[in-house]
Design a protein around this ligand. Sequence first.
Ligand code: PLP
Length: 584
Amino acid sequence: MTDGLIGEVVGGRSPLVAYFSMEIGLDPAMPTYAGGLGVLAGDSVRSAADLQIPMVAVTLLHRRGYFYQRLDEQGRQHEEPVAWPINDFCNPVRPRVTVELEDRTVHVGAWQYRVKGELGDEVPVYLLDTDLPENQPWDRTLTDRLYGGDDYYRLCQELVLGVGGFRMLRALGYGHLRRFHMNEGHAALLVLALLEEKLTSRSYEEGVPADLVDAVREQCVFTTHTPVPAGHDQFPQDLAHRVLGDRRCAWLKACGHDHSLNMTQLALSGSRFVNGVAMKHGEVSHSLFPGYPIHSITNGVHAVTWAAPAFQSLYDRRLPDWRRDQLSLRYAISIPDHEIWDAHSAAKRVLVEYVNRESNAGFDRDVLTIGFARRAAAYKRGTLIFHDLERLAKIAEQIGAVQIVFGGKAHPRDQEGKQIIHRIHELRDALRGKVRVAYLANYDMTLAKLLCAGVDVWLNTPLPPMEASGTSGMKAAVNGVPSLSVLDGWWVEGHVEGVTGWSIGDRIDTCLDPREGMDACHAVALYDKLEQSVLPCFYKDRERFLEIMRQSIALNGGFFNTQRMMAQYLHNAYRLVGEYVRRG
Ligand SMILES: *Cc1c(COP(=O)(O)O)cnc(C)c1O
Protein backbone atom coordinates (compact mmCIF):
# COMPACT_ATOMS: atom_id res chain seq x y z
CA MET A 1 0.00 0.00 0.00
CA THR A 2 2.33 2.76 -1.16
CA ASP A 3 -0.70 5.05 -1.45
CA GLY A 4 -0.67 5.26 2.30
CA LEU A 5 2.52 7.25 2.07
CA ILE A 6 1.23 9.98 -0.21
CA GLY A 7 0.60 12.26 2.72
CA GLU A 8 4.21 11.95 3.77
CA VAL A 9 5.70 12.17 0.31
CA VAL A 10 3.87 15.11 -1.21
CA GLY A 11 5.62 18.31 -0.25
CA GLY A 12 7.93 16.38 2.02
CA ARG A 13 5.89 16.95 5.17
CA SER A 14 2.80 15.51 6.68
CA PRO A 15 -0.29 17.68 6.32
CA LEU A 16 -1.79 19.07 9.50
CA VAL A 17 -4.74 20.93 7.97
CA ALA A 18 -7.50 19.35 5.88
CA TYR A 19 -9.52 21.81 3.80
CA PHE A 20 -12.99 20.70 2.66
CA SER A 21 -14.92 22.53 -0.04
CA MET A 22 -17.77 21.52 -2.36
CA GLU A 23 -16.10 23.49 -5.16
CA ILE A 24 -12.48 24.39 -5.86
CA GLY A 25 -11.26 26.37 -8.88
CA LEU A 26 -8.00 24.51 -9.48
CA ASP A 27 -7.37 25.16 -13.15
CA PRO A 28 -9.38 27.28 -15.60
CA ALA A 29 -9.79 24.15 -17.73
CA MET A 30 -11.29 22.10 -14.88
CA PRO A 31 -14.99 22.98 -14.42
CA THR A 32 -14.95 22.06 -10.73
CA TYR A 33 -16.25 25.42 -9.49
CA ALA A 34 -19.31 27.60 -10.00
CA GLY A 35 -18.27 31.05 -8.81
CA GLY A 36 -16.63 33.07 -6.10
CA LEU A 37 -16.70 30.36 -3.42
CA GLY A 38 -14.76 27.90 -5.57
CA VAL A 39 -12.34 30.52 -6.83
CA LEU A 40 -11.62 31.53 -3.23
CA ALA A 41 -11.02 27.87 -2.34
CA GLY A 42 -8.57 27.55 -5.24
CA ASP A 43 -6.77 30.75 -4.31
CA SER A 44 -6.59 29.59 -0.67
CA VAL A 45 -4.99 26.30 -1.63
CA ARG A 46 -2.57 28.03 -4.01
CA SER A 47 -1.45 30.37 -1.23
CA ALA A 48 -1.18 27.49 1.25
CA ALA A 49 1.24 25.85 -1.20
CA ASP A 50 3.21 29.11 -1.55
CA LEU A 51 3.42 29.54 2.22
CA GLN A 52 4.43 25.90 2.76
CA ILE A 53 1.39 25.31 4.96
CA PRO A 54 1.07 21.54 5.39
CA MET A 55 -2.41 21.23 3.94
CA VAL A 56 -4.46 18.68 2.03
CA ALA A 57 -7.77 19.53 0.34
CA VAL A 58 -10.90 17.52 -0.49
CA THR A 59 -13.69 18.19 -2.97
CA LEU A 60 -15.85 16.27 -5.45
CA LEU A 61 -14.72 15.41 -8.96
CA HIS A 62 -17.66 17.05 -10.79
CA ARG A 63 -17.19 14.88 -13.85
CA ARG A 64 -19.79 16.88 -15.77
CA GLY A 65 -18.83 20.22 -14.26
CA TYR A 66 -21.19 23.04 -13.36
CA PHE A 67 -22.40 23.88 -16.86
CA TYR A 68 -21.37 25.58 -20.07
CA GLN A 69 -23.43 28.71 -20.68
CA ARG A 70 -24.64 29.47 -24.17
CA LEU A 71 -26.62 32.67 -24.74
CA ASP A 72 -28.91 33.17 -27.71
CA GLU A 73 -29.55 36.52 -29.42
CA GLN A 74 -32.21 37.47 -26.86
CA GLY A 75 -29.95 36.62 -23.97
CA ARG A 76 -31.73 33.41 -23.02
CA GLN A 77 -29.39 31.07 -21.18
CA HIS A 78 -28.93 27.51 -22.40
CA GLU A 79 -27.02 25.09 -20.19
CA GLU A 80 -24.81 22.42 -21.62
CA PRO A 81 -22.91 19.75 -19.71
CA VAL A 82 -19.13 19.98 -19.76
CA ALA A 83 -16.96 16.98 -20.37
CA TRP A 84 -13.37 17.45 -19.31
CA PRO A 85 -10.31 15.22 -19.67
CA ILE A 86 -9.77 14.19 -16.06
CA ASN A 87 -6.65 12.20 -16.90
CA ASP A 88 -4.92 15.29 -18.23
CA PHE A 89 -5.03 16.94 -14.82
CA CYS A 90 -5.41 14.28 -12.15
CA ASN A 91 -4.07 10.88 -11.20
CA PRO A 92 -6.28 8.18 -9.71
CA VAL A 93 -5.32 6.98 -6.23
CA ARG A 94 -5.81 3.41 -5.13
CA PRO A 95 -7.79 3.41 -1.88
CA ARG A 96 -11.55 2.95 -1.87
CA VAL A 97 -13.79 3.86 1.02
CA THR A 98 -17.50 3.38 1.59
CA VAL A 99 -20.30 5.58 2.81
CA GLU A 100 -23.60 4.20 4.10
CA LEU A 101 -26.34 6.10 2.35
CA GLU A 102 -30.00 5.28 2.96
CA ASP A 103 -29.88 1.45 2.90
CA ARG A 104 -27.03 1.24 0.44
CA THR A 105 -23.27 1.22 0.61
CA VAL A 106 -21.71 3.67 -1.80
CA HIS A 107 -18.10 3.11 -2.81
CA VAL A 108 -15.94 6.20 -3.15
CA GLY A 109 -12.64 6.56 -5.02
CA ALA A 110 -10.51 9.65 -5.58
CA TRP A 111 -8.23 11.46 -7.98
CA GLN A 112 -5.27 13.51 -6.94
CA TYR A 113 -4.45 16.98 -8.25
CA ARG A 114 -1.27 18.69 -7.08
CA VAL A 115 -1.20 22.42 -6.48
CA LYS A 116 2.35 23.70 -6.74
CA GLY A 117 3.58 26.65 -4.69
CA GLU A 118 6.18 29.26 -5.56
CA LEU A 119 8.90 27.45 -3.60
CA GLY A 120 8.09 24.04 -5.04
CA ASP A 121 5.90 22.79 -2.20
CA GLU A 122 2.68 21.04 -3.08
CA VAL A 123 -0.80 20.81 -1.63
CA PRO A 124 -2.53 17.63 -2.76
CA VAL A 125 -6.22 17.94 -3.58
CA TYR A 126 -8.42 14.83 -3.64
CA LEU A 127 -11.44 14.86 -5.91
CA LEU A 128 -13.91 12.22 -4.78
CA ASP A 129 -15.49 9.99 -7.42
CA THR A 130 -18.41 7.57 -7.09
CA ASP A 131 -18.43 6.56 -10.75
CA LEU A 132 -17.21 3.07 -9.90
CA PRO A 133 -18.48 -0.26 -11.29
CA GLU A 134 -19.28 -1.45 -7.74
CA ASN A 135 -21.96 1.22 -7.40
CA GLN A 136 -25.56 1.19 -8.59
CA PRO A 137 -26.17 3.34 -11.68
CA TRP A 138 -27.73 6.28 -9.82
CA ASP A 139 -25.00 6.38 -7.19
CA ARG A 140 -22.43 6.53 -9.96
CA THR A 141 -23.76 9.97 -10.88
CA LEU A 142 -23.35 11.38 -7.37
CA THR A 143 -20.12 13.22 -8.10
CA ASP A 144 -21.15 14.38 -11.59
CA ARG A 145 -22.80 17.75 -11.29
CA LEU A 146 -21.93 20.70 -9.06
CA TYR A 147 -25.10 22.13 -7.48
CA GLY A 148 -27.23 20.00 -9.77
CA GLY A 149 -30.21 17.81 -8.89
CA ASP A 150 -32.70 18.05 -6.05
CA ASP A 151 -32.34 18.17 -2.26
CA TYR A 152 -31.86 14.42 -2.10
CA TYR A 153 -28.97 14.56 -4.59
CA ARG A 154 -27.44 17.50 -2.72
CA LEU A 155 -27.59 15.84 0.68
CA CYS A 156 -26.07 12.65 -0.75
CA GLN A 157 -23.26 14.73 -2.27
CA GLU A 158 -22.66 16.44 1.05
CA LEU A 159 -22.48 13.06 2.75
CA VAL A 160 -19.91 11.90 0.22
CA LEU A 161 -17.91 15.10 0.76
CA GLY A 162 -17.97 15.17 4.56
CA VAL A 163 -17.95 11.50 5.51
CA GLY A 164 -16.47 10.01 2.32
CA GLY A 165 -13.81 12.71 2.20
CA PHE A 166 -12.77 12.16 5.79
CA ARG A 167 -12.56 8.40 5.36
CA MET A 168 -10.58 8.84 2.16
CA LEU A 169 -8.00 10.97 3.94
CA ARG A 170 -7.64 8.28 6.60
CA ALA A 171 -7.37 5.55 3.95
CA LEU A 172 -4.66 7.57 2.19
CA GLY A 173 -2.67 7.57 5.40
CA TYR A 174 -3.20 11.11 6.62
CA GLY A 175 -2.89 10.27 10.26
CA HIS A 176 -1.54 13.52 11.71
CA LEU A 177 -4.31 15.91 10.71
CA ARG A 178 -4.89 18.46 13.45
CA ARG A 179 -7.36 20.89 11.88
CA PHE A 180 -10.38 20.41 9.64
CA HIS A 181 -11.47 23.51 7.77
CA MET A 182 -15.02 23.55 6.41
CA ASN A 183 -15.32 26.07 3.59
CA GLU A 184 -19.06 26.86 3.82
CA GLY A 185 -21.72 24.56 5.33
CA HIS A 186 -21.68 22.03 2.46
CA ALA A 187 -18.87 20.22 4.27
CA ALA A 188 -20.54 20.16 7.70
CA LEU A 189 -21.11 16.39 7.76
CA LEU A 190 -17.37 16.22 8.38
CA VAL A 191 -18.33 16.89 11.99
CA LEU A 192 -20.36 13.69 11.89
CA ALA A 193 -17.44 11.75 10.42
CA LEU A 194 -15.11 12.95 13.16
CA LEU A 195 -17.67 12.04 15.80
CA GLU A 196 -18.18 8.61 14.26
CA GLU A 197 -14.48 7.90 14.35
CA LYS A 198 -14.31 8.72 18.03
CA LEU A 199 -17.51 6.83 18.83
CA THR A 200 -16.45 3.50 17.33
CA SER A 201 -14.54 2.70 20.48
CA ARG A 202 -17.54 3.36 22.69
CA SER A 203 -21.13 2.29 22.89
CA TYR A 204 -23.03 5.13 21.29
CA GLU A 205 -26.53 3.94 22.09
CA GLU A 206 -26.36 6.04 25.24
CA GLY A 207 -25.84 9.20 23.25
CA VAL A 208 -22.79 11.29 22.53
CA PRO A 209 -20.57 12.09 25.50
CA ALA A 210 -19.84 15.80 25.79
CA ASP A 211 -16.10 15.28 25.93
CA LEU A 212 -16.18 13.68 22.48
CA VAL A 213 -18.04 16.61 21.02
CA ASP A 214 -15.49 18.93 22.62
CA ALA A 215 -12.64 16.92 21.15
CA VAL A 216 -14.17 17.20 17.68
CA ARG A 217 -14.85 20.90 18.09
CA GLU A 218 -11.27 21.51 19.10
CA GLN A 219 -10.16 20.39 15.61
CA CYS A 220 -12.71 22.18 13.45
CA VAL A 221 -12.73 25.57 11.76
CA PHE A 222 -15.74 26.87 9.85
CA THR A 223 -15.93 29.72 7.35
CA THR A 224 -19.44 30.95 6.58
CA HIS A 225 -20.01 32.81 3.32
CA THR A 226 -23.66 33.79 3.30
CA PRO A 227 -25.17 36.75 5.13
CA VAL A 228 -28.83 35.76 4.74
CA PRO A 229 -30.69 32.89 6.42
CA ALA A 230 -32.13 31.64 3.12
CA GLY A 231 -28.64 31.15 1.74
CA HIS A 232 -27.86 28.39 4.19
CA ASP A 233 -28.30 24.74 3.23
CA GLN A 234 -31.16 23.11 5.10
CA PHE A 235 -32.72 19.69 4.69
CA PRO A 236 -36.11 18.53 6.02
CA GLN A 237 -35.92 16.11 8.91
CA ASP A 238 -37.50 13.19 7.04
CA LEU A 239 -34.96 13.56 4.24
CA ALA A 240 -32.13 13.64 6.77
CA HIS A 241 -33.48 10.46 8.39
CA ARG A 242 -33.84 8.77 5.03
CA VAL A 243 -30.29 9.58 3.87
CA LEU A 244 -28.33 9.53 7.10
CA GLY A 245 -30.28 6.86 8.97
CA ASP A 246 -31.79 6.93 12.44
CA ARG A 247 -28.57 6.27 14.32
CA ARG A 248 -26.70 9.27 12.91
CA CYS A 249 -29.76 11.46 13.35
CA ALA A 250 -29.88 10.39 16.98
CA TRP A 251 -26.29 11.60 17.42
CA LEU A 252 -27.08 14.85 15.72
CA LYS A 253 -30.08 15.19 18.00
CA ALA A 254 -27.85 14.60 21.01
CA CYS A 255 -25.77 17.51 19.75
CA GLY A 256 -28.84 19.73 19.63
CA HIS A 257 -29.99 19.28 16.02
CA ASP A 258 -33.51 18.02 16.37
CA HIS A 259 -35.44 20.00 13.76
CA SER A 260 -34.41 20.19 10.14
CA LEU A 261 -30.80 19.46 9.30
CA ASN A 262 -29.22 22.90 9.07
CA MET A 263 -25.68 22.59 7.77
CA THR A 264 -24.64 26.00 9.06
CA GLN A 265 -25.89 25.18 12.56
CA LEU A 266 -24.07 21.86 12.46
CA ALA A 267 -20.81 23.49 11.38
CA LEU A 268 -21.25 26.26 13.96
CA SER A 269 -21.83 23.90 16.85
CA GLY A 270 -19.01 21.62 15.70
CA SER A 271 -16.31 24.26 15.35
CA ARG A 272 -13.95 25.96 17.75
CA PHE A 273 -13.29 28.85 15.40
CA VAL A 274 -15.89 30.39 13.11
CA ASN A 275 -15.38 33.31 10.76
CA GLY A 276 -17.13 35.48 8.24
CA VAL A 277 -15.30 36.59 5.09
CA ALA A 278 -15.07 40.36 5.67
CA MET A 279 -15.25 42.61 8.71
CA LYS A 280 -18.86 43.58 8.11
CA HIS A 281 -19.87 40.01 7.23
CA GLY A 282 -18.46 38.77 10.55
CA GLU A 283 -20.65 41.31 12.35
CA VAL A 284 -23.74 40.45 10.30
CA SER A 285 -23.18 36.72 10.90
CA HIS A 286 -22.83 37.30 14.60
CA SER A 287 -26.28 38.90 14.69
CA LEU A 288 -27.68 36.01 12.58
CA PHE A 289 -26.26 33.42 14.98
CA PRO A 290 -26.25 34.98 18.43
CA GLY A 291 -24.44 32.86 20.94
CA TYR A 292 -21.55 32.02 18.63
CA PRO A 293 -18.44 34.18 18.62
CA ILE A 294 -17.84 34.87 14.94
CA HIS A 295 -14.54 36.32 13.80
CA SER A 296 -13.72 38.06 10.56
CA ILE A 297 -11.00 37.05 8.14
CA THR A 298 -11.40 39.09 4.99
CA ASN A 299 -11.07 37.21 1.72
CA GLY A 300 -8.31 37.80 -0.76
CA VAL A 301 -7.18 36.70 -4.19
CA HIS A 302 -4.04 34.87 -5.28
CA ALA A 303 -2.25 37.80 -6.89
CA VAL A 304 -0.09 35.76 -9.27
CA THR A 305 -3.13 33.91 -10.60
CA TRP A 306 -5.08 37.10 -11.28
CA ALA A 307 -2.45 39.53 -12.56
CA ALA A 308 -2.60 39.88 -16.35
CA PRO A 309 0.57 38.94 -18.27
CA ALA A 310 1.52 42.61 -18.72
CA PHE A 311 1.23 43.26 -14.98
CA GLN A 312 3.10 40.06 -14.17
CA SER A 313 6.10 41.27 -16.15
CA LEU A 314 5.79 44.78 -14.71
CA TYR A 315 5.86 43.39 -11.15
CA ASP A 316 8.67 40.99 -12.03
CA ARG A 317 10.72 44.02 -13.06
CA ARG A 318 9.71 46.45 -10.34
CA LEU A 319 8.76 44.25 -7.36
CA PRO A 320 10.92 41.16 -7.93
CA ASP A 321 9.76 39.36 -4.77
CA TRP A 322 6.04 39.74 -5.43
CA ARG A 323 5.35 36.13 -6.45
CA ARG A 324 6.68 34.82 -3.15
CA ASP A 325 5.70 37.87 -1.16
CA GLN A 326 2.37 39.21 -2.41
CA LEU A 327 2.32 41.80 0.35
CA SER A 328 5.15 43.54 -1.49
CA LEU A 329 2.53 44.85 -3.94
CA ARG A 330 2.41 47.61 -1.30
CA TYR A 331 5.59 48.94 -2.91
CA ALA A 332 3.75 49.61 -6.16
CA ILE A 333 3.80 53.25 -4.99
CA SER A 334 7.23 53.38 -6.62
CA ILE A 335 6.05 52.33 -10.10
CA PRO A 336 6.03 55.23 -12.60
CA ASP A 337 2.80 56.31 -14.30
CA HIS A 338 3.68 55.34 -17.83
CA GLU A 339 4.59 51.77 -16.85
CA ILE A 340 1.23 51.26 -15.18
CA TRP A 341 -0.54 52.80 -18.15
CA ASP A 342 1.37 50.63 -20.63
CA ALA A 343 0.53 47.44 -18.75
CA HIS A 344 -3.11 48.50 -18.44
CA SER A 345 -3.32 49.39 -22.13
CA ALA A 346 -2.00 45.95 -23.03
CA ALA A 347 -4.61 44.25 -20.84
CA LYS A 348 -7.34 46.50 -22.22
CA ARG A 349 -6.35 45.79 -25.82
CA VAL A 350 -6.69 42.03 -25.23
CA LEU A 351 -10.15 42.50 -23.70
CA VAL A 352 -11.45 44.91 -26.33
CA GLU A 353 -10.34 42.55 -29.11
CA TYR A 354 -12.07 39.67 -27.34
CA VAL A 355 -15.29 41.64 -26.84
CA ASN A 356 -15.39 42.71 -30.47
CA ARG A 357 -14.66 39.22 -31.74
CA GLU A 358 -17.30 37.59 -29.52
CA SER A 359 -20.06 40.17 -29.63
CA ASN A 360 -19.49 42.52 -32.53
CA ALA A 361 -20.15 45.36 -30.07
CA GLY A 362 -17.60 47.72 -31.66
CA PHE A 363 -15.80 48.58 -28.42
CA ASP A 364 -13.28 51.41 -28.65
CA ARG A 365 -9.95 51.22 -26.80
CA ASP A 366 -10.03 54.91 -25.91
CA VAL A 367 -13.46 54.83 -24.30
CA LEU A 368 -13.93 54.41 -20.54
CA THR A 369 -14.86 50.78 -20.07
CA ILE A 370 -16.90 49.60 -17.11
CA GLY A 371 -16.93 45.91 -16.15
CA PHE A 372 -19.58 43.98 -14.28
CA ALA A 373 -19.28 40.20 -14.12
CA ARG A 374 -20.29 37.74 -11.43
CA ARG A 375 -23.03 35.17 -10.85
CA ALA A 376 -26.31 36.55 -12.18
CA ALA A 377 -28.09 36.57 -8.81
CA ALA A 378 -30.84 39.06 -8.04
CA TYR A 379 -29.08 40.71 -5.08
CA LYS A 380 -26.10 41.67 -7.26
CA ARG A 381 -28.43 44.01 -9.18
CA GLY A 382 -26.79 43.72 -12.61
CA THR A 383 -29.32 46.10 -14.16
CA LEU A 384 -28.87 48.91 -11.61
CA ILE A 385 -26.71 50.99 -13.95
CA PHE A 386 -29.66 50.99 -16.41
CA HIS A 387 -32.14 52.30 -13.86
CA ASP A 388 -32.49 55.59 -15.73
CA LEU A 389 -31.49 55.03 -19.37
CA GLU A 390 -32.00 58.65 -20.29
CA ARG A 391 -29.69 59.91 -17.60
CA LEU A 392 -27.03 57.32 -18.47
CA ALA A 393 -27.18 58.28 -22.16
CA LYS A 394 -27.00 61.96 -21.28
CA ILE A 395 -23.92 61.46 -19.11
CA ALA A 396 -22.22 59.53 -21.91
CA GLU A 397 -23.06 62.27 -24.39
CA GLN A 398 -22.15 65.28 -22.26
CA ILE A 399 -19.35 64.18 -19.95
CA GLY A 400 -17.61 61.38 -21.79
CA ALA A 401 -18.27 58.16 -23.67
CA VAL A 402 -18.89 54.95 -21.73
CA GLN A 403 -18.97 51.29 -22.75
CA ILE A 404 -20.04 48.46 -20.43
CA VAL A 405 -19.12 44.80 -20.56
CA PHE A 406 -21.04 42.12 -18.63
CA GLY A 407 -20.60 38.46 -17.86
CA GLY A 408 -22.12 35.90 -15.52
CA LYS A 409 -24.06 32.65 -15.32
CA ALA A 410 -27.41 32.16 -13.61
CA HIS A 411 -27.91 28.94 -11.66
CA PRO A 412 -30.00 26.59 -13.86
CA ARG A 413 -32.94 26.81 -11.45
CA ASP A 414 -32.67 30.57 -10.83
CA GLN A 415 -35.35 32.01 -13.09
CA GLU A 416 -34.85 35.48 -11.67
CA GLY A 417 -31.15 35.34 -12.49
CA LYS A 418 -31.88 34.22 -16.05
CA GLN A 419 -34.34 37.06 -16.43
CA ILE A 420 -31.60 39.54 -15.44
CA ILE A 421 -29.36 38.30 -18.27
CA HIS A 422 -32.22 38.57 -20.74
CA ARG A 423 -33.08 42.06 -19.47
CA ILE A 424 -29.48 43.27 -19.89
CA HIS A 425 -29.68 42.16 -23.52
CA GLU A 426 -32.88 44.18 -24.01
CA LEU A 427 -31.33 47.24 -22.41
CA ARG A 428 -28.26 46.84 -24.57
CA ASP A 429 -30.49 47.13 -27.61
CA ALA A 430 -32.35 50.08 -26.15
CA LEU A 431 -29.06 51.96 -25.69
CA ARG A 432 -27.75 51.25 -29.18
CA GLY A 433 -25.98 54.29 -30.62
CA LYS A 434 -25.60 55.85 -27.16
CA VAL A 435 -23.74 53.48 -24.88
CA ARG A 436 -22.09 50.31 -26.15
CA VAL A 437 -22.98 47.26 -24.09
CA ALA A 438 -21.73 43.69 -24.47
CA TYR A 439 -22.65 40.52 -22.57
CA LEU A 440 -19.98 37.83 -22.75
CA ALA A 441 -21.14 34.22 -22.50
CA ASN A 442 -19.80 31.53 -20.17
CA TYR A 443 -18.12 33.64 -17.49
CA ASP A 444 -15.38 31.52 -15.95
CA MET A 445 -11.89 31.99 -14.52
CA THR A 446 -10.35 32.57 -17.94
CA LEU A 447 -12.87 35.26 -18.78
CA ALA A 448 -12.61 36.75 -15.28
CA LYS A 449 -8.88 37.24 -15.83
CA LEU A 450 -9.51 39.12 -19.07
CA LEU A 451 -12.35 41.22 -17.69
CA CYS A 452 -11.01 42.21 -14.27
CA ALA A 453 -7.73 43.35 -15.82
CA GLY A 454 -8.96 44.85 -19.09
CA VAL A 455 -11.65 47.30 -17.97
CA ASP A 456 -10.99 50.78 -16.56
CA VAL A 457 -13.47 50.63 -13.69
CA TRP A 458 -14.94 47.61 -11.90
CA LEU A 459 -18.58 48.12 -10.95
CA ASN A 460 -20.30 46.39 -8.02
CA THR A 461 -23.87 47.10 -6.95
CA PRO A 462 -24.97 44.49 -4.39
CA LEU A 463 -27.98 45.04 -2.18
CA PRO A 464 -26.47 45.52 1.32
CA PRO A 465 -25.79 43.50 3.41
CA MET A 466 -25.98 40.63 0.93
CA GLU A 467 -22.41 40.74 -0.38
CA ALA A 468 -20.48 38.70 2.18
CA SER A 469 -17.17 39.77 0.69
CA GLY A 470 -16.92 39.74 -3.10
CA THR A 471 -13.55 39.03 -4.63
CA SER A 472 -13.71 40.17 -8.25
CA GLY A 473 -12.96 43.77 -7.21
CA MET A 474 -9.79 42.45 -5.58
CA LYS A 475 -8.78 40.76 -8.85
CA ALA A 476 -9.29 44.14 -10.52
CA ALA A 477 -7.17 45.91 -7.87
CA VAL A 478 -4.25 43.56 -8.50
CA ASN A 479 -4.38 44.89 -12.08
CA GLY A 480 -4.63 48.52 -11.04
CA VAL A 481 -8.35 48.69 -11.83
CA PRO A 482 -10.28 50.77 -9.27
CA SER A 483 -13.75 49.83 -8.04
CA LEU A 484 -16.93 51.85 -8.14
CA SER A 485 -19.04 50.03 -5.60
CA VAL A 486 -21.77 50.07 -3.01
CA LEU A 487 -20.21 49.98 0.47
CA ASP A 488 -20.78 46.33 1.26
CA GLY A 489 -18.55 43.29 1.75
CA TRP A 490 -14.83 43.91 1.26
CA TRP A 491 -15.33 47.43 -0.13
CA VAL A 492 -16.14 48.73 3.36
CA GLU A 493 -12.47 48.03 4.08
CA GLY A 494 -10.93 48.63 0.66
CA HIS A 495 -12.59 51.93 -0.17
CA VAL A 496 -10.81 55.25 0.27
CA GLU A 497 -12.76 57.82 -1.71
CA GLY A 498 -10.87 59.15 -4.68
CA VAL A 499 -7.80 57.16 -3.60
CA THR A 500 -8.63 53.48 -4.27
CA GLY A 501 -11.84 54.11 -6.21
CA TRP A 502 -15.28 55.46 -5.50
CA SER A 503 -18.30 54.53 -3.39
CA ILE A 504 -21.91 54.37 -4.48
CA GLY A 505 -23.76 55.89 -1.54
CA ASP A 506 -22.22 56.95 1.73
CA ARG A 507 -20.64 55.13 4.61
CA ILE A 508 -23.83 55.68 6.59
CA ASP A 509 -25.92 54.53 3.65
CA THR A 510 -28.86 56.91 3.42
CA CYS A 511 -30.27 54.66 0.68
CA LEU A 512 -30.97 51.99 3.30
CA ASP A 513 -33.92 54.06 4.52
CA PRO A 514 -36.86 51.83 3.59
CA ARG A 515 -39.05 54.79 2.65
CA GLU A 516 -36.83 55.43 -0.31
CA GLY A 517 -36.72 52.98 -3.18
CA MET A 518 -33.26 51.60 -2.53
CA ASP A 519 -32.52 50.83 -6.18
CA ALA A 520 -33.52 54.31 -7.30
CA CYS A 521 -31.45 55.86 -4.53
CA HIS A 522 -28.32 53.83 -5.33
CA ALA A 523 -28.81 54.49 -9.05
CA VAL A 524 -28.81 58.25 -8.47
CA ALA A 525 -25.69 57.92 -6.34
CA LEU A 526 -24.06 55.87 -9.12
CA TYR A 527 -24.89 58.41 -11.83
CA ASP A 528 -23.72 61.31 -9.66
CA LYS A 529 -20.41 59.59 -9.07
CA LEU A 530 -19.92 58.78 -12.75
CA GLU A 531 -20.79 62.31 -13.77
CA GLN A 532 -18.87 64.22 -11.14
CA SER A 533 -15.90 62.00 -10.33
CA VAL A 534 -15.17 58.97 -12.49
CA LEU A 535 -15.59 60.33 -16.00
CA PRO A 536 -13.95 63.74 -15.41
CA CYS A 537 -11.03 61.98 -13.73
CA PHE A 538 -10.58 59.48 -16.56
CA TYR A 539 -10.89 61.94 -19.44
CA LYS A 540 -9.55 65.21 -18.01
CA ASP A 541 -7.14 64.29 -15.23
CA ARG A 542 -5.29 61.19 -16.36
CA GLU A 543 -2.52 61.79 -13.82
CA ARG A 544 -5.02 61.59 -10.98
CA PHE A 545 -6.60 58.50 -12.51
CA LEU A 546 -3.17 56.85 -12.63
CA GLU A 547 -2.59 57.70 -8.99
CA ILE A 548 -5.84 55.88 -8.17
CA MET A 549 -4.69 52.90 -10.22
CA ARG A 550 -1.39 52.84 -8.35
CA GLN A 551 -3.11 53.02 -4.95
CA SER A 552 -5.47 50.23 -5.99
CA ILE A 553 -2.45 48.00 -6.43
CA ALA A 554 -0.54 49.24 -3.38
CA LEU A 555 -3.30 49.57 -0.81
CA ASN A 556 -5.77 46.96 -2.03
CA GLY A 557 -3.61 44.48 -3.99
CA GLY A 558 -1.13 44.63 -1.13
CA PHE A 559 -3.74 43.62 1.44
CA PHE A 560 -6.62 41.77 -0.24
CA ASN A 561 -4.57 38.80 -1.33
CA THR A 562 -4.78 35.21 -0.12
CA GLN A 563 -1.25 35.30 1.25
CA ARG A 564 -2.33 37.80 3.93
CA MET A 565 -5.58 35.86 4.32
CA MET A 566 -3.89 32.47 4.84
CA ALA A 567 -1.50 34.05 7.34
CA GLN A 568 -4.58 35.18 9.30
CA TYR A 569 -6.08 31.67 9.13
CA LEU A 570 -2.79 30.27 10.41
CA HIS A 571 -2.51 32.71 13.30
CA ASN A 572 -6.15 33.01 14.30
CA ALA A 573 -7.97 29.88 13.12
CA TYR A 574 -5.49 26.99 12.80
CA ARG A 575 -3.09 28.19 15.51
CA LEU A 576 -0.45 25.74 14.40
CA VAL A 577 2.31 28.16 13.52
CA GLY A 578 4.99 26.98 15.94
CA GLU A 579 4.17 23.38 15.22
CA TYR A 580 4.50 23.51 11.48
CA VAL A 581 7.59 25.67 11.50
CA ARG A 582 9.32 23.12 13.76
CA ARG A 583 8.27 20.22 11.54
CA GLY A 584 9.47 22.05 8.44
C1 PLP B 1 -13.97 35.88 -8.93
C2 PLP B 1 -15.07 35.16 -9.60
C3 PLP B 1 -16.37 35.25 -9.08
C4 PLP B 1 -16.72 36.08 -7.87
O1 PLP B 1 -17.13 37.37 -8.23
P1 PLP B 1 -17.79 38.34 -7.14
O2 PLP B 1 -17.83 39.67 -7.76
O3 PLP B 1 -16.91 38.29 -5.96
O4 PLP B 1 -19.13 37.79 -6.86
C5 PLP B 1 -17.38 34.56 -9.73
N1 PLP B 1 -17.12 33.82 -10.82
C6 PLP B 1 -15.89 33.72 -11.35
C7 PLP B 1 -15.67 32.89 -12.56
C8 PLP B 1 -14.82 34.39 -10.75
O5 PLP B 1 -13.58 34.27 -11.27
